[in-house]
Design a protein around this ligand. Sequence first.
Ligand code: PHE
Length: 495
Amino acid sequence: MDLSINERLVLRELGDAEATTNEIAARTGLKPEAVTQAAAMLADKGLALVREEVEIGYALSDEGKKYADQGLPERVIHDALPQEGTSLDDLKKKFPQGTVNIATGWLRQKGWAKFEKRDGQTILIPQAAPRSADEATLEAIVLHRPAKSLDPKAIKDLTKRNLVRMTEAKETHIKISDAGQRVKAAGIEITEEVAQLTPEMIASGSWQGKAFRRFDVAAPVLQEYGGKKHILRMGIDTVKRTLIEMGFKEMEGPMIDAEFYVNDLLFMPQDHPARTHWDQFSIKTPKYIQRLPEDLVARVSRVHRDGGDTGSLGWNYEWDEMIAKKLVLRGHTTSLTARYLAKHNKPPNKYFSVEKVFRNDTIDQTHLLEFCQIEGWVMDHHLSLRDLMGTFKEFYKHFGITTVKFKPTYNPYTEPSMEIYGRHPRTGRWIEVGNSGMFRDEMLAPFGVECDVMAWGLSLERLMMILYGYEDIRDLHGPLCNIDFLRSVPAIWQQ
Ligand code: PHE
């Protein structure tokens, strides 16, 4: 039978009585992992019998360690009691309150002290205090005595006091089989084996006459989880590539921004519910942006007040610059769109970003306090909702998603507006993947844009949900993330 050197080394040490992995490791000089592997291979060939057992042990808690070292509180107090006794009040002056409280209960229970009332005081008088089973057990645990030899009642008491806790460790027991005995009886030769053929061995010819180690390429091995990109990072990269392929340029800008860019430039009225702390996170310090562009401020405040030259009536209120200056964590990347429209107001133009946004949502299956938004806009003459729908069909087609649905909706800054829905592959439910529309004149006029702009904000996490079939966004990131899922996502190679 063809045995590797490790299998031979292990087989040679096996007997009728079981031995643990660590014992065989010590006897052969192999690492415990190598013994486990060799034993599994021997078992496969019918030469060894392998059995796993959970070994129960006991360990001390931090408090348990302290008492093992300094004595249980009742022992410490008992030893400090003078022969004639001392009052509880005096003890409380000399020892920490916690120690006295724990100790008195046990002194009473163990009969180590008598409690007497004298002039309204409780007096503790020391009694004989032979070493107790729990003290002996604490010491036995420190000395690593076998779990079986420990006093069960003492273990129970110490566990209840949170001084000791049970531990479980897996131990592999290996013994030889009848077939193994026969192989062993025939004699096991330990010859040196070459595990790796090197260029030097080939060049010098020294490989000749050497015994080579055989590898079982089908043998089960420990799963390795190499480093790789997180699924969301892969998604971000793929989306960026897709949009660049579609001819878009990328926008960049701050995560913390003035409400001016997040809200006011989008013709969002200053008393809009989305602008309260229920929805957006504000910044404590600094509270305000230092400066806003004056000309744009003048035009925006007019549009909000009476619509300016757009023919709109505006919101009919006095616009407040201090509200616009407030800093917030951006709730959408349409703040970037606003910043870019201020600089690029001539057609044709198209931009995108894939960036983090923050909302004060209630966390559930489909909501976190932050997510990645795929923002984009196209500026040209004669754009219509059809162009917008076509752009989404084209975009999602890149990801193999060929069915999307649209539904009319409302945004203060777009008209018409529509939501985009995709179908979850596992639940079959339609989930909202984004929101979009044609920017209103009230939004475009202050920038001096004189043509059409269609725009959108899509959720990267929801797109990933459809692509990978997970049902809970919390699987992906945050404290509840599903490590097994993240590990099992295949890495995609991209140039
Ligand atoms: N800002 C919108 C959101 O966060 C998305 C959007 C962007 C809608 C641009 C229309 C135009 O949901």
